[in-house]
Design a protein around this ligand. Structure first.
Ligand code: ATP
Ligand code: MG
Length: 252
């Protein structure tokens, strides 16, 4: 279980994550939505200990992330960042292999290689496995980074805008994969999405953030409503039902 208790982060005078208290208990997919600058990435970074909190706490299985050894955390939780900066010239296979590091400690065995091979196939990266990252398209590179996070094979998976740069088919494939990971492997997935219709279609729960605070939380039927979304984004939105899912339409 991931919980946050009055989790707070400040940069200078601004509080960008403001006493956020959340409980992500059962396996499932939680989508984090909200406008640019709402604090989604910062919240994920605090839970994944890529940044230190100024107040409150984030707990993973009851362990305070601020005081848990990185190695122990990395076996339970993988985090895909919104931006990827890599200086080294790496192949896709090498990058995905990095995901095994918490398990292999730099000495990958047959099991690690099997996991990497499996993830490459599941993300349709077999043909690109030996290409360097700087020889890929933006969407192909994004899939390679998602593959690295999946190869870490953790119970908790935090993904910051994994659908960036992906075409419709690959975006659906990734969401289907995350859904299967939650339903069949019992994973706990937290995913930042800007496409609210993907959030509506694929998540069990949506958490909407604005100005560092949780402003709405619940199953898609409770959050994908015109009044909630208009408040959140400040644009007119209409909501329709398609195949049992709520679809938001926004023309601006
Ligand atoms: N290192 C930093 N120093 C100062 N301010 C920061 C820093 N990192 C983030 N912020 C500010 O914190 C706020 C929240 O940023 P964050 O990246 O969490 O937003 P976000 O919801 O992920 O937005 P986006 O949808 O654009 O990715 C923003 O106002 C941002 O300018
Ligand atoms: Mg962000």
């Amino acid at each position: 279980m991931i919980t946050t208790d009055s989790l707070t982060k400040r940069y200078g005078p601004s509080t960008v994550v403001d006493e956020v208290t959340l409980e992500l208990a059962r396996p499932g997919v939680t989508a984090l939505i909200g406008p640019n600058g709402a604090g989604k990435s910062t919240l994920l970074s605090l839970v994944g200990r890529l940044a230190d909190a100024d107040g409150g706490a984030a707990l993973v299985d009851g362990m305070d992330v601020a005081t848990t050894r990185s190695r122990d955390l990395a076996k339970r939780m993988a985090i895909l960042r919104q931006e990827h900066h890599l200086e080294a010239r790496l192949s896709v296979r090498d990058l995905v292999g990095f995901g095994r590091f918490p398990h292999s400690r730099g000495r990958p065995g047959p099991e690690d290689e099997a996991v990497v091979a499996d993830v490459l196939t599941r993300l349709s990266l077999d043909d690109l496995a030996d290409r360097y990252l700087d020889e890929l398209s933006g969407g192909q590179r994004q899939r390679a980074f998602i593959a690295m996070a999946l190869a870490q094979d953790t119970e908790y998976l935090l993904l910051d805008e994994p659908l960036n740069n992906l075409d419709l088919a690959h975006a659906v494939a990734i969401m289907r994969l995350l859904r299967t990971a939650a339903d069949e492997l019992g994973k706990r997935v937290v995913v930042v999405l800007h496409d609210i219709n993907f959030a509506s279609r694929w998540s069990d729960e949506i958490v909407a953030l604005a100005d560092g605070r949780v402003v709405a939380q619940g199953p898609p039927a409770e959050v994908i409503r015109p009044e909630v979304l208009e408040d959140l984004y400040g644009v007119p939105v209409s909501v329709h039902e398609v195949d049992g899912h709520r679809v938001a339409v926004y023309y601006g």
